[in-house]
Design a binder for this molecule. Structure first.
Ligand code: ATP
Length: 663
């Protein structure tokens, strides 16, 4: 694995970056004065502004650009919804326990850590350069055994590498076998942990005072969008395809939150559910706009062969070759890529990794993750899954709600099929409260099942239907309550359940990666301590402009007020720093906050109304009248001009700031 570097190619010192981010209050552990709770963080002012700007660009890039229908659904979700969606039974990670100290370990992370430590030891023993994956700074404090320089057999090295390349593909039993086979021990105690068991990640609660409506905090925003499908389709005047989108918090009781903002228990998600007709190979009418975009792919077969080498290819070619299943999925992969670049993610640190069979969520039939390279290795930041018709089908089956599209056919169609007739007058009174559930289960049967049921009904005068949740799951229905007939009819309407392509963004992970990708340090020529800089693109930077008067002289106050008011009217966020620190210090404080522009008010301003404008990354300055400077800032933020354009248009100003160089 490569080592994480800063924007200028320096080795990334994660501890220094995190300390700067906390000092500048990008984020801070929640409930810190009570000792904190792992996996929970609060964002401070720059963190909030950065997040708001990312979300703003996300809304423009996806919702506005694609006419998506935004919804904001409840976080509290009744048990029944998540039982039907499969989350109650399957939304789990594998957990094992150290029998000696009771430590709880996430099984796949444990296997990964042990094997990586052993491979590192092997490299050291062979005298090879060890490329560090940065540990969570908090974890470093732990005293751990292992990691000694021990040479491994070549065959074993290959086996370890193959396991690591497909670490997400193992189920609990397989992880347990690996732990035993390779005698993996918890470095803290030297003891082998217990076999992995499934741990459901949802936070359970009860809704209402009587506690009789069990529920969960949602683990994703998707379900609310699916449940509103019929209304959204109507809102969209029945037109397909269309997409809904939602931005909101999700909650997962992660087994062992680590790596700061990258794995937390409460996080902001931005999710899109794009509903598409499954017939016609999920074509996308705007695919031609993105087909030449080159992406870095790590497909499932490459991972299974033990390799992590990416293949660079245009998305057009990848869809043509069948590497990416269809145009709609491909379109979104490319759009995700463009969004990440727009907010300032480093192009060389993005790859699209395909999920392996076992790794895929219970609802997905194909899935690609946009992974970003950070000091914690490659991290999934956006999941892009083809959820097929899974969710709409299961909710329709459970509730009887028509989560389908009805489309008028150009040519009428003759249909021959099995049709179910329920003797409603007798059926309801006979099954009482279970009547509706049993009826829905019968209506949800496939044509093949109906053929078999019709035969059974004729031969035995009754059938047995699978109805989960009623009696022992099997219900007998006699022929005086149900008929199944072979019929022929003319159809003018086609009814189908749409498939869903779901790009799902974890905003916190993207935000953290963005901070790493834009971080670098520079030192003054005088050899002062290296100063951090966050070179965010102006559009996402938390504050756009710093106003610095030359000194705290009261004469500057009116000019400061006028400038700050003008910037506010122009919609440019600004902060005033009129502290007594030197101008250089004040600028470098704001470089740490990623503020791209600085305006200095000096005695010249009082004479002729001109101010200087400083660009954060080059520290170069120009001087002009305030209105010209404000226009320049606006153009730099909206991307219509570059700093070079501004330098060619406005007179240069020689800075008194100490020259800085990249260390
Ligand atoms: N615990 C978490 N903390 C922060 N972000 C998360 C967390 N879990 C998921 N996300 C974000 O939500 C997105 C979509 O969730 P998804 O269910 O695909 O993640 P996941 O596959 O469970 O992630 P992982 O395998 O890392 O646990 C992820 O791409 C990620 O950005």
């Amino acid at each position: 694995m490569a080592t994480a570097t800063t924007l200028k190619g320096q080795p990334l010192d994660r501890a220094a970056l995190e300390s700067m981010l906390r000092r500048r209050m990008f984020y801070t552990p929640s409930f810190e004065i009570y000792g904190g709770v792992s996996g929970l963080y609060d964002y401070g002012p720059p963190g909030c502004a950065l997040q708001a700007n990312i979300i703003d660009l996300w809304r423009k890039h996806f919702i506005l650009e694609e006419d998506m229908l935004e919804v904001d659904c409840s976080v509290l979700t009744p048990h029944e919804v998540l039982k039907t969606s499969g989350h109650v039974d399957k939304f789990a990670d594998w957990m094992c326990k150290d029998p000696k100290n009771g430590e709880i370990l996430r099984a796949d992370h444990f296997v990964e850590d042990v094997l990586e430590t052993r491979l590192k030891g092997d490299k050291e023993a062979r005298g090879l350069k060890v490329e560090e994956k940065e540990e969570d700074p908090k974890k470093k404090k732990k005293k751990s055994k292992g990691g000694e320089a021990v040479k491994l057999d070549d065959v074993v090295v290959k086996e370890y590498e193959e396991i690591l390349a497909q670490i997400d593909n193992y189920n609990g039993e397989q992880l347990g076998e690996l732990i035993k086979k390779y005698d993996m021990r918890n470095p803290t105690t030297g003891v082998q942990p217990s076999p992995p068991v499934a741990f459901n990640l949802m936070f359970q609660t009860s809704i209402g005072p009587s506690s009789n409506l069990p529920g969960y905090l949602r683990p994703e925003t998707a379900q609310g969008q699916f449940l509103n499908f019929a209304k959204l389709l109507e809102f969209n005047t029945g037109q397909m395809p269309f997409a809904s989108a939602s931005i909101g918090k999700s909650y997962r009781n992660e087994i062992s939150p680590r790596a700061g903002l990258l794995r937390v228990r409460e996080f902001l998600m931005a999710e899109i559910e794009h509903f598409v007709d499954p017939e016609g190979h999920k074509k996308h009418h705007r695919f031609h706009e993105v087909e030449d975009i080159e992406l870095a792919f790590l497909d499932r077969h490459t991972q299974l062969s033990g390799s992590t080498t990416v293949k660079k290819q245009t998305i057009g070619q990848a869809v043509k070759d069948g590497l990416v299943d269809n145009e709609t999925l491909g379109y979104f992969l490319a759009r995700i890529h463009l969004f990440l670049l727009k907010i300032g993610i480093d192009q060389t640190k993005i790859r699209f990794r395909q999920h392996m069979g076992n790794e895929m969520a219970h609802y997905a039939c194909d899935c690609w993750d946009a992974e970003l390279f950070t000091s914690a290795g490659w991290v999934e930041c956006v999941g892009c899954a083809d959820r097929s018709a899974y969710d709409l089908s299961v909710h329709a089956k459970k509730t009887g709600a028509p989560l389908v599209v009805r489309q008028r056919l150009d040519e009428p169609k003759i249909i021959e099929e099995w049709e179910v007739e329920i003797e409603k007058k007798k059926f309801g009174p006979f099954y009482k409260k279970d009547g509706k559930t049993i009826e829905n289960a019968i209506l949800a049967t496939s044509q093949e099942e109906r053929g078999k049921l019709a035969k059974e009904l004729e031969e035995n005068g009754k059938v047995v239907i699978d109805v989960p949740g009623v009696a022992d799951g099997k219900v007998e229905v006699s022929k005086d309550l149900l008929a199944i007939k072979w019929i022929k009819r003319t159809e003018n309407i086609r009814e189908y359940t749409p498939n869903v392509i779901e790009p799902s963004f974890g905003i916190g992970r993207i935000l953290y990666s963005l901070m790493e990708h834009n971080y670098w340090t520079r030192a003054s020529e005088g050899g002062d301590e290296a100063r951090g800089v966050l070179s965010f693109p102006p559009a996402v930077a938390p504050t756009k402009c710093l106003i610095v008067p030359l000194s705290s002289n009261k004469d500057f106050t009116p000019a400061i007020r006028t400038l700050s008011q003008k910037l506010r009217s122009a919609g440019v966020s600004s902060r005033i720093d009129d502290s007594s620190a030197s101008i250089g210090k004040r600028y470098s404080r704001n470089d740490e906050l990623g503020t791209p522009f600085g305006v200095t008010i000096d005695f010249q301003t009082l004479k002729d109304g001109t101010v200087t404008l400083r660009e954060r990354d080059s520290t170069r300055q120009v001087r002009a009248e305030q209105d010209k400077i404000i226009d320049a800032i606006k153009a730099l933020i909206d991307g219509s001009k570059t700093w070079q354009d501004i330098e060619s248009e406005l007179p240069k100003f020689e800075s008194q700031e100490v020259e800085v160089v990249v260390r």
